[in-house]
Design a protein around this ligand. Structure first.
Ligand code: ATP
Ligand code: MG
Length: 450
């Protein structure tokens, strides 16, 4: 096990409280991660000083969580979260502690924490580690074990089972047997947790080394069915062709295969979530999943909204899901490449191609060579280099040009601009104001304009 070596600034920080007669412990994830030799960037401190006393001791203090006894101190380039010792608060509604109750000792504070590996305190002045629940032993054995009775602790706060799974995926630890067994009995409490808290943990599972590990634990304990029933419905949905997995194992494999970027991971996880709904079976024939990309995009949007993901994330994910079903071959005309770029957008192109490689890997169950997409990349590059990639903003005529020849603003004008865009995608040489206005004059009757 590694040693705990906080930066000098943290010791100096503790000195300030010590001179005021107060204790100062590093707690939580930082202690765990030092012992594991993982990088530490968040410093959580526990102290017997009350928030008002902390405010008096330091110059730059932000009352970030004053209701829970927490303030943030900006100190020599660090941002230190300082929380006054608390007792096990009462989670009457299974969501939030009802009220904050201060404790006298660090041991009391540690006993309210979730897992033994997270329930150690390092005295920043004496260098002594307080470890009443066997956290060091658990770290050595790579185990996640609830502090106290797991059934009780999980019923107190229904988010804890999801946190256990999150730590299992992040650290590659196992969940200790009694702790794991206690999860199903806490599902009704998990159902009460706010979507924002669920999202935080899900997000951490998804960007971990092997998200499938956490997702499988969620599935096995019933959490997947509760929080992501749309995914649970993909279990046992058999596929066709080259596919070696059912839809859910395919999604797990895809999420593992793609870079740990939140948008990419979410797109990988949900890219086929609409398949159960799109599946059509005929006796003696392989099933079909026509239109599943649109159903999947709608499904992903509903899930991500429910979990209160930011709009920008939702839009980016759904755009990738909606467009994941292209199949390039050399017979694509330049116009087809231009249309593809226009539909996907230059900014999303690399992500979409990455999704495609991960999807391919998850279909056959072994790595696909990303160079397979090089011919398409080359074609796209050629179009971009020739400045032949078009959107409405590159079109050589604008709405006001059309007004100039007597076309009133409105839906008809919008439709005409689109047709003109199509025209220049077929033949980029036509993207010139005079020629386009000429064409506009010819086609306007079709749009009911005299
Ligand atoms: P990370 O490195 O991901 O931040 P962490 O262990 O610091 O991991 P946090 O969510 O930041 O996790 O929580 C900080 C500490 O607060 C935990 O280590 C744990 O001691 C305690 N804690 C957090 N959430 C809970 C909870 N729901 N129930 C009990 N204790 C908790
Ligand atoms: Mg933390």
């Amino acid at each position: 096990m590694r040693s705990i070596k906080p930066p000098r600034e943290m010791r100096e920080f503790a000195q300030v409280l010590s001179e005021a007669g107060k204790r100062c412990f590093l707690v939580g994830g930082a202690v765990r991660d030092y012992l594991l030799g993982r990088p530490v960037s968040d410093f959580d401190v526990a102290t017997d000083a009350r928030p008002e006393e902390v405010k008096r001791a330091f110059r730059r203090v932000i009352p970030t969580g004053i209701k829970h006894g927490t303030v943030t101190v900006l100190w020599k380039g660090l941002s230190v979260e300082v929380t006054t010792f608390r007792t096990e608060a009462d989670y009457g509604d299974g969501r939030h502690p009802d009220a904050v109750a201060y404790a006298d000792t660090v041991e009391e504070d540690l006993s309210r924490r979730d897992f033994a590996m997270n329930a150690m305190a390092y005295d920043l002045v004496s260098g002594i580690l307080v470890d009443p629940h066997g956290g060091q032993a658990d770290i050595r054995d790579r185990l996640i074990r609830a502090v106290g009775d797991p059934v009780e602790r999980f019923r107190e706060d229904g988010l804890r089972p999801l946190r256990a799974v999150r730590f299992a995926s992040q650290l590659g630890f196992e969940i200790e047997e009694a702790t794991l067994k206690a999860i199903p009995a806490a599902l009704d409490r998990l159902a009460l947790v706010s979507p924002e808290r669920d999202r935080e943990e899900l997000q951490k599972i998804l960007v971990s080394n092997r998200p499938s590990l956490g997702l499988r634990l969620m599935e096995g304990t019933g959490m997947l069915g509760l929080l992501l029933p749309e995914l649970a419905a993909c279990r046992g949905v058999a596929q066709k062709g080259m596919h070696v997995f059912d839809v859910l194992d395919h999604l797990y494999a895809c999420v593992d295969a793609i870079r740990p970027d939140l948008v990419l991971r979410l797109a990988a996880l949900f890219h086929d979530v609409g398949k159960p709904g799109a599946k059509v079976e005929r006796p003696g024939e392989e099933p079909t999943f026509h239109g599943h990309e649109a159903i999947s995009a709608d499904g992903a949007e509903a899930i991500l909204r429910r979990l209160r993901f930011p709009n920008a994330v939702i839009e980016a994910v759904c755009h990738l899901v909606r467009n994941h079903m292209f199949s390039y071959d050399e017979s694509w005309s330049d116009a087809a490449v231009r249309r593809f770029i226009a539909r996907v957008g230059v900014d999303a192109m690399d992500d979409l191609l990455e999704l495609r490689v991960a999807d391919g890997t998850a279909i056959i169950g072994r790595s696909v060579d990303p160079r397979g997409l090089e011919p398409l990349r080359d074609r796209i590059r050629a179009v971009l280099d020739a400045k032949e990639a078009f959107g409405l903003s590159e079109l050589a005529v604008k709405g006001k040009d059309l007004s100039g020849i007597g076309i009133p603003p409105g839906p008809a004008m919008g439709a005409m601009l689109k047709e003109l865009l199509e025209t220049v995608m077929d033949d980029p040489k036509l993207n010139e104001r005079g020629r386009l206005l000429q064409i506009a004059g010819k086609i306007k009757a079709k749009y009911g304009i005299e």
